[in-house]
Design a protein around this ligand. Structure first.
Ligand code: SPD
Length: 285
């Protein structure tokens, strides 16, 4: 079969600076224009089902675990008692799935602006979205930035599982949002936020870690490997009022859930904060 007669999804990103990423697909399962964005779900040949928003790959069944495990477990194993957790974005359910693995988590609120993302992921991506059925979860379908302003001193951990800083997610990359997160945390709370690739987004990472340095006692940046994201990696901004991600990390708690994780382990938790010189020297944490 020639390449031309096959179906392909092609991710064309401005930031990729002249190259694209193409994935062979079996079928387009959903294509839906919500009031906020275009939501697509594909059945791909190599990576199982794949969620795409406004042309950008959000996750595939094949490699979503490394992204979702690292956004959740690094902060959740740093905080000694992560009982009240808030996820902003994350409508596919992968991040709440990981937060719920922690026996300490008594309440997991998720605020996703686009209810259609949740609806379509519930229909087609149950390995992530079945976590919405857990009784500890409350779903709010509203603007995350506004949601947080009304809840001062409420959360131990906030996880921001956003798309890129364009469209509805742009506000989640503003200084005001970092100040609001600080206010929505308890006195010893901490956050982790999706913060792009150091190969393509040094400017965003420098700006966001700048907010973390300015407003939190313990700023940090760590990363993971996700083959279907641009450059194959993605990082997270870590910011904490009290606990340090390496000095206060509790590796003994990892044993309780280790058998259910594919990517995260205690060694990777520590290693994820070791950065290449070009970004370490730029963000100076
Ligand atoms: N460049 C794409 C970054 C997307 C990060 N969030 C994806 C949502 C997965 N739950």
């Amino acid at each position: 079969m020639s390449v031309e007669s096959q179906l392909w999804f092609e991710e064309i990103l401005e930031i990729s600076n002249g190259h694209t990423f193409k994935i062979k697909i079996n079928d387009v399962i959903e294509r839906f224009d919500s009031p906020f964005q275009r939501i697509e779900i594909y059945d791909t040949k190599p990576f199982g089902k794949m969620l795409v928003i406004d042309g950008v790959i959000m996750c595939t069944e094949w490699d979503e675990h490394s992204y979702h495990e690292m956004i959740a477990h690094v902060p959740m194993f740093t905080h000694p008692r992560p009982e009240n957790v808030l996820v902003i974005g994350g409508g596919d359910g992968g991040t709440i799935r990981e937060a719920l693995r922690h026996p300490e988590a008594r309440r997991v609120d998720i605020c996703e602006i686009d209810g259609d993302v949740v609806r379509l992921c519930k229909k087609h991506l149950p390995s992530m979205s079945s976590s919405f059925e857990d009784p500890r979860v409350t779903l709010y379908t509203e603007d995350g930035a506004r949601f947080m302003k009304d809840r001062p001193g409420t959360y131990d951990v906030i996880l921001v599982d956003s798309s890129d800083p364009i469209g509805p997610a742009a506000v989640l990359f503003s200084e005001e949002f970092y100040i609001d997160m600080k206010n929505a945390l308890k006195d010893d709370g901490l956050i982790a936020t999706q913060c792009e690739s150091f190969f393509y987004h040094g400017d965003i990472i420098e700006r966001i870690t700048g907010y973390a340095k300015k407003h939190f006692a313990v700023p940090g940046y760590y990363y993971t490997v996700v083959p279907t994201y641009p450059s194959g990696i993605i990082g997270y901004c870590f910011a904490s009022k009290k606990y340090h991600p390496l000095k206060d990390f509790s590796p003994e708690r990892v044993d309780a859930i280790r058998g259910r994780l594919k990517y995260y382990n205690a060694d990777l938790h520590r290693a994820a904060f070791a950065l290449p010189s070009f970004i370490r020297d730029r963000i100076k944490l």
